[in-house]
Write a new protein. Structure first.
Length: 129
């Protein structure tokens, strides 16, 4: 069994160091802490401020995420989304209610255009007479 395992001779020395940490080794400021200062010598408040400063430094180094890629739907997906048929989608594109973009041989519709079309599509109310 290695000497580092709990219950061995080195464990007793470690417990003495922890007890010293419980009594609280007083540091005047966070600058007094060096990289060689054991973490268990710190009080809860000192450890909290130290961890917060590490997190703040890490967050400053992280670059923000780029904007998400635009979402495009094909004709069938737009028909399912708007609950209309392909001929009706064709009518709406010729009237300018929804705008499609041609990529090669495909016609694609952006998510923003679909959301705008939902508001602009006329609603017909039928009544029985």
């Amino acid at each position: 069994m290695p000497a580092d395992w709990p219950g061995t001779q080195s464990d007793r020395g470690c417990r003495q160091l922890i007890d010293k940490g419980r009594r609280g080794v007083k540091f005047k400021s966070m600058n007094d802490l060096s990289s060689s200062t054991p973490f268990f010598y710190l009080t809860i408040g000192q450890a909290e401020t130290l961890v917060k400063s590490w997190i703040a430094e890490t967050l400053k180094a992280v670059e923000p995420l780029p904007d998400p890629a635009p979402v495009f739907y094909n004709r069938l997906e737009v028909c399912k989304l708007l609950k209309i048929s392909l001929p009706t989608l064709y009518k709406y594109t010729t009237k300018g209610i929804i705008n499609g973009k041609k990529f090669g041989s495909r016609i694609l519709f952006s998510k923003e255009d679909c959301e705008k079309a939902i508001k602009e599509i006329p609603v017909k109310k039928y009544s029985r007479s």
